[in-house]
Design a protein around this ligand. Sequence first.
Ligand SMILES: Cc1cc2nc3c(=O)[nH]c(=O)nc-3n(C[C@H](O)[C@H](O)[C@H](O)COP(=O)(O)OP(=O)(O)OC[C@H]3O[C@@H](n4cnc5c(N)ncnc54)[C@H](O)[C@@H]3O)c2cc1C
Length: 471
Amino acid sequence: MADLDATLHERLASIVGNAHMLTVAAEAEPYVVDWRGRFRGRARAVVRPGNTAEVAAVVRVCTEVGVPVVPQGGNTGLCGGATPHDTGDEIVIALGRMNRLRAIDAANATITVEAGMPLATVQQHAAAAGLYFPLSLASEGSCTIGGNLSTNAGGTAVLRYGNARDLTLGLEIVLADGRVWDGLRGLRKDNTGYDLKQMFIGAEGTLGVVTAAVLKLFPASRTQVTALVAVPAVTAAVALLELLRSALSDRLTGFELVSGIALALSRKLDPALPAPMPGHAWYVLVQGDDNAPDSPIATLLESSLAAAAEAGVACDATIAQSAAQAARLWALRENISEAQRREGPNIKHDISLAVSSIPAFVDACSTALEQSFPGARQIIFGHLGDGNLHYNLSAPENHPAGDFLDHATAVNRIVHDLVARHGGSFSAEHGIGQLKREDLLRYKSDVEVDLMRAIKRALDPRGLLNPGKVL
Ligand SMILES: Cc1cc2nc3c(=O)[nH]c(=O)nc-3n(C[C@H](O)[C@H](O)[C@H](O)COP(=O)(O)OP(=O)(O)OC[C@H]3O[C@@H](n4cnc5c(N)ncnc54)[C@H](O)[C@@H]3O)c2cc1C
């Protein structure tokens, strides 16, 4: 092992340079623990390649000597997919230095970027060209486009623009044997056989390393409207969605459900945030966008909310009067994950259902959890517009949070069994990583698991790309 390490370190350092090869534990620390602090591993080394040729050379050398690799972007993933195992025999390939803009093609409405570019930087480049890249997550300052594609990230604008998969036209991939597949095509139509890029999107680094991507851009939004609406129940939130969708059509870009408890947590983290309409059990954050500068969306939203109030679907609403006010309403929603993290250990679920099934699911799930874990706080929020809820459970107030995680398996079983019974998915946007492998085997059919294993064997026959993740 020591001999292998010495030779391997030398070979890898000669590819990426000594400065970009981290072998000292303190330097490697940020790369071996996940964002939530739930997974901690060890690595032989962390390498930080600067371009595609260096990634390819690193993978080639590792494959040659049979050493597994773990691709890593911003390390904001919530399923431990980017964290090495504690065996200490893996090499982490951190893509952060690969953050260059390769091209913007305004006529084709596309942007080509390297995988390590932070999502917020992609958005900024698009905006500088007068265009818009709609993928948006609370972690966008840190997560990278390579990680977004590898997890098929969702976020707050899926309702209108789809998830990362829907925004991708082409990919550049380093394969398990170190070859580079150049699929960087900016084509909206290309029926020349299997659509290979789809395999790598959402594969969590288990089939190849994403090194660059061609992404779709859209006209910039010129008129925005943001409202926080108090609603009496989840059924009412779904009815409000139907009403607003028919009034605003695809100008309805965000529709986020936030429970009263989740909103209170968010304000606990930042008491300076607004507290309009306190005391309701449920709220919806509504976002409308239009690329026409004189769009009537604000008036349309106002009249729709008045109709919603009349129908008993909305209790009260506040409409942001400025961009700053809109940002503060959004901060209420986007703070929730961080607020929950500060509150102590919690058991998270990232589920999706047909929107029409959500009220019945929430009823059944909240009853079942309250029966089994009386007093546990159900922190429910998420992208209701596209059927995705974060259904999280925190320890009862004043309960020693430490041992609450011991209930994780039992809690997961209750939530995910009910999701399956309602025809939903146990992982909507965060992926599988090492957190949900058991669930994958429990809820996917044998046929689906066989097909996934066949793809893995075909693309990574030696099992060296992010082993033990997903499958
Ligand atoms: C506060 C907060 C809010 C969040 N909100 C959302 C949300 O709304 N929607 C959502 O979908 N997610 C959300 N996330 C989760 C996370 O930000 C996303 O999963 C994001 O896409 C991960 O990107 P990353 O660059 O941090 O990837 P990492 O965490 O570094 O990696 C994630 C997975 O992708 C693989 N990977 C990373 N880069 C590459 C690459 N170049 N090639 C191949 N594989 C690679 C890793 O091996 C790992 O399996 C949130 C996270 C936080 C902390």
